[in-house]
Design a protein around this ligand. Structure first.
Ligand SMILES: [Zn+2]
Length: 137
């Protein structure tokens, strides 16, 4: 009985401090911080202003919302009205993202996108980040 109660309470508490109250970007920042990496935010001098920048590693991370940046997942639903407006908007976003990644690559940076839906499970997120940040260019 006590166990059940505490489990319920714990999940309630976790729900309160979990992904619902944090943006995907905050989740990534927190996870990177926990892994002990230092980073800069939104460097304006780099193409696309990456969300997290690791100058010494010459690596950059974009944290993209699945809907706005059209991830191939079920979060990227397509609005039923104003179809023309949305397809234009989405096309512009994806185009901008692609160009930023290409430009960064040309400048010798290794840039990675972390999708909103990949930030929900913090263990998986940390694993992904370790993979990104450890990998040598
Ligand atoms: Zn997604």
């Amino acid at each position: 009985m006590a166990d059940t109660l505490s489990r319920v309470r714990r999940s309630w508490l976790m729900g309160r401090v979990g992904p619902k109250n944090t943006t995907p970007e905050m989740a990534v920042r927190k996870a990177v911080h926990r892994l002990g990496y230092r980073f800069r935010l939104h460097r304006k001098d780099l193409p696309g202003q990456p969300d997290l920048v690791f100058p010494r590693l010459r690596k950059a991370i974009f944290v993209h919302g699945c809907f706005w940046h059209r991830h191939d997942c079920k979060k990227a639903t397509f609005p039923k009205s104003n179809v023309e407006y949305w397809s234009k908007k989405f096309h512009e976003n994806v185009d901008r993202d692609t160009k930023a990644l290409e430009k960064l690559k040309a400048l010798g940076w290794s840039a990675t996108v972390i999708w909103e839906c990949q930030t929900i499970n913090s263990d998986e997120l940390s694993e992904r980040l370790v993979g990104i940040l450890r990998e040598t260019p």
